[in-house]
Ligand binder design. Structure first.
Ligand SMILES: [Zn+2]
Length: 416
């Protein structure tokens, strides 16, 4: 469903009993002052489309409430500035920041937990802050205890991204041996790779999948070194395209791992680093160290000062943004506060990702649609976002095909 533009609407509907004055400030806030005797459904639909109705004369409080109501209806049925959720779902999207275990289906998690007689505290899924997210992670790690679980989860996660019309996926995981001794780090990695290879054979025409191996900075350096040795042995399969540096930032410093990451870079691996996840002056230097290393991509980049921002802009390092995850980490009141605005409108290369679909109860369509709504993005801006994402992929050999799919999708839409 595509709503008529405002002028068309005024012209088409002679039944309107209102005067509407709109003043546009900056890029998107719309100030609406109106005198209304009667409001029909279509009018409210239009008003609800104005994403940022911030000022309505007090004696029209009722109208404000109705707008709020209809905005929610629009959210539910999924329409934003002529862009439907269905259109966003069908678009060929790119996911670059998703952790394998964090994307397990909740249903699968419950099933395995039940089979293993592990008690699940369901209240942890009532996510309100980032601390709740950590409890879900703990449960995931406790439940996924053997290789058959890893195999099943890998398969399902790939299927889920495919069903969201992801055209290119980079999934990341930290290879680890099982604490119960049921599998080794090597077996873990081989299982994930095997599932990706099988998936590629069957569905490679729909979705291309690649693997990023994560180095957990919360574990000792020797553990990272042994992970790196495994990667070198497996690198020739062309599925491992890069290395992700992540984990609890309070457990170690980036500098301790810098040499290893430099070594990985020399071996031809691309590097992406989780950065600026925590707030506080004490983390700014750490973030500067990471940015000065010039990774191929940065993950999140939630907290920064002017100096850090300028540095990232100047070095032109692309950022993987994860709206829902960032929303909880930063404790935002609304997604319109997201740092997307400081980068997207400056032409910086960014893309949108899920981070952990299970933990944040989201999917890649929602991540895009929420931002389309929060920033009132047009169809062209949505396309622009996908095109910028395509220049961030680590397997650049696939970029021409990806661009073709994006361009075809949007030009077919224009013909409709
Ligand atoms: Zn992450």
């Amino acid at each position: 469903m595509i709503l008529p533009s405002f002028m068309e609407y005024i012209f088409l509907d002679s039944q309107l009993f209102f005067m509407l004055m709109i003043f546009t400030f900056h890029q998107c806030p719309l100030y609406i002052i109106c005198t209304i005797q009667n409001v029909d459904l279509k009018t409210l639909f239009y008003l609800a489309q104005c994403q940022q109705v911030v000022k309505v004369k007090p004696y029209f409080r009722q109208l404000k409430y109705l707008i709020y109501l209809y905005k929610n209806i629009l959210n539910m049925i999924g329409i934003s500035r002529g862009l439907t959720q269905d259109f966003v779902k069908k678009a060929p999207k790119i996911e670059l920041h998703a952790h394998l275990n964090g994307c397990v289906r909740r249903q699968t998690l419950f099933e395995i937990a039940q089979r293993k007689q592990i008690n699940v505290d369901f209240s942890i899924f009532d996510l309100r802050n980032i601390r709740g997210a950590f409890s879900i992670f703990q449960l995931i790690h406790q439940v996924l205890g053997d290789l058959s679980d890893i195999r099943r989860v890998s398969r399902e996660v790939l299927e889920d991204f495919r069903d969201q019309n992801v055209a290119y996926l980079e999934i990341r995981t930290t290879p680890k041996s099982c604490e119960l001794g049921t599998y080794t780090k090597e077996q873990y990695l081989a299982t994930v790779i095997d599932e990706i290879q099988q998936f590629q054979q069957q569905y490679g025409h729909k979705m291309q999948a690649r693997l990023l191996v994560s180095i957990d900075r919360g574990r000792p350096l020797e553990d990272a070194q042994s992970t790196f040795d495994h990667i070198l042995k497996l690198k020739n399969n062309n599925l491992i395209v890069g290395l992700d540096f992540s984990g609890n930032p309070t457990k170690s410093t980036f500098k301790e791992y810098e040499q290893l990451l430099e070594q990985a870079r020399k071996e031809g691996l691309k590097i992406t680093i989780h950065v600026a996840e925590l707030e506080g002056d004490e983390y700014i230097q750490e973030s500067l160290d990471i940015v000065n290393f010039k990774p191929d991509r940065l993950g999140h980049f939630n907290f920064y000062n002017q100096n850090l921002y300028n540095k990232v802009r100047q070095l032109d390092i692309p950022i993987e943004m994860c709206p829902t995850s960032n929303f909880y980490t930063v404790n935002m009141k609304s997604l319109s506060e997201h740092h997307f605005k400081e980068f997207f409108y400056q032409g910086h290369t960014i893309n949108l990702n899920t981070d952990d679909t299970c933990v944040f109860d989201t999917d890649i369509t929602q991540e895009h649609f929420k931002m389309i709504q929060a920033f009132n993005l047009s169809t062209d801006e949505f396309k622009q976002l996908l095109i910028r994402s395509s220049s961030m992929i680590f397997d650049q050999a696939y970029k021409p095909q990806l661009l073709q799919r994006i361009n075809e999708y949007f030009s077919n839409h224009q013909k409709e």
